[in-house]
Design a protein around this ligand. Structure first.
Ligand SMILES: NC(=O)c1ccc[n+]([C@@H]2O[C@H](COP(=O)([O-])OP(=O)(O)OC[C@H]3O[C@@H](n4cnc5c(N)ncnc54)[C@H](O)[C@@H]3O)[C@@H](O)[C@H]2O)c1
Ligand SMILES: [Zn+2]
Length: 363
């Protein structure tokens, strides 16, 4: 068992803790009890995650005096809909879930967003506990209070901010995660380090091979480091104002690449392409040294992520998709650029021709 790390999310009366380490799943129930929660508890999870970890979590809940009901949905983004949310409301009501019944989101970002949305809206909000089981969910989606469902092809279009009471990231759960999912989460960890923390970035450079191989100590350090970075941002800017905007590093190009690929590219892969693109832009605009671009590319490749646009993707389509991004204000596309590894800034003064050049493969 690795030692547990705690990260406090300071949001006044709605403050909560993120607990990170190995072997934490059985302790979730006891911690919920210590927060004053009791009685029924509803676990929302997907079939894959339930088979792996549902039993351990449930046992801990029972041991702490809860009466758990487990609601499972099939795995995958397709479940992040109002239809599935509607079914969950019905099943919560059928289980006699009341205002004080906690919802425990056990799974990846899909479950976190969906169960978070349901917890935020059922009876105008019930206590929410996140138990993220993918690297992406542990470093990114379980932190910050964003919940949402998709509508048609538009992702996260219906949602609200809703803070959990507790987040428990058991890094042992990452042992069963497929490599492609590990890489997907590593992209966001690399992002957090690249924009804010050269030391964590150095750790990633030195330990990426171990992380990719699933080494518990390396992954534990990465989760704790990047979670703390995300917390430092969201605690300053709970509702996505300007401070939080740096978290979009790699996402201006990334979202466009992801959409144009018809979502064949995973989010992390698209963001990896976007981060390298943004770093090259930073270099071309005279802000970032060439060696720093190479460091970023190196770490991305070691993480099993793509550094350039996959063949066959149309650069023109990516350029057009970028203009439709949520982050566009008054027709200007905003970019997060780097001054160095560990220091980022936001600008909308980027020449589209340069973006196109960088994406077409220009250094
Ligand atoms: N709320 C936010 O701030 C935020 C931020 C980033 C992403 N997101 C959302 O997160 C979602 C993506 O999350 P994700 O990448 O975790 O995908 P996911 O939840 O679909 O999980 C990926 C796959 O891994 C499986 N899985 C989960 N844990 C496992 C484990 N420990 N071992 C083996 N298999 C496991 C799942 O069953 C699923 O098939 C997207 O919907 C995205 O919009 C939200
Ligand atoms: Zn992202």
């Amino acid at each position: 068992m690795t030692s547990m790390k705690k990260v406090n999310v300071d949001l006044g009366a709605r403050s909560y803790e993120i607990r990170i380490g190995g072997g934490l799943l059985p302790r979730v129930g006891g911690w919920m009890k210590a927060l004053g929660l009791a009685g029924r508890a509803v676990v929302v999870t997907d079939t894959t995650v339930r088979a792996l970890f549902g039993g351990t979590l449930e046992q801990g809940l029972v041991g702490a005096g809860f009466t758990p009901t487990v609601l499972e949905v099939p795995p995958g983004e397709k479940q992040k809909t109002l239809t599935t949310a509607g079914r969950l409301y019905d099943r919560l009501a059928a289980a006699y879930a009341g205002r004080d019944t906690p919802v425990v989101a056990l799974g990846g970002g899909v479950i976190g967003d969906l169960a978070g949305f349901v917890a935020a809206t059922y009876m105008r909000g019930v206590p929410l506990v996140h138990v993220p089981t993918t690297l992406l969910a542990q470093v990114d989606s379980s932190i910050g209070g964003k919940t949402a469902v998709d509508r048609g092809r538009v992702k996260n279009i219906v949602g609200l901010f809703y803070q959990p009471r507790l987040v428990v990231a058991d890094t042992d759960t990452l042992k069963t995660l497929p490599p492609v999912e590990l890489s997907n989460g590593l992209a966001e960890a690399i992002k957090m380090a690249a924009i804010m923390d050269n030391d964590l970035f150095g750790f990633l450079e030195r330990n990426m091979d171990q992380a990719v191989a699933g080494d518990a100590a390396a992954l534990g350090h990465i989760v704790a480091g990047s979670a703390a970075l995300k917390v430092s941002i969201v605690a300053q800017d709970e509702r996505e104002g300007d401070v939080r905007a740096v978290l979009n590093f790699g996402h201006t190009i990334g979202h466009a690449v992801e959409a144009v690929s018809g979502y064949r590219l995973k989010h992390g892969q698209a963001v990896a392409v976007g981060m390298v693109g943004a770093a090259r832009l930073s270099h071309r605009m005279g802000c970032l040294a060439a060696g720093e671009v190479l460091r970023l590319e190196g770490v991305i490749i070691k993480a099993g992520l793509p550094a350039v646009m996959p063949r066959g993707l149309d650069v023109g389509a990516v350029m057009r998709a970028m203009k439709h991004d949520k982050k566009v204000r008054q027709g200007r596309v905003s970019f997060v650029l780097l001054r160095s590894i560990g220091e980022a800034f936001v600008t909308d003064a980027v020449d589209p021709a340069l973006v196109e050049e960088v994406l077409t493969g220009g250094e």
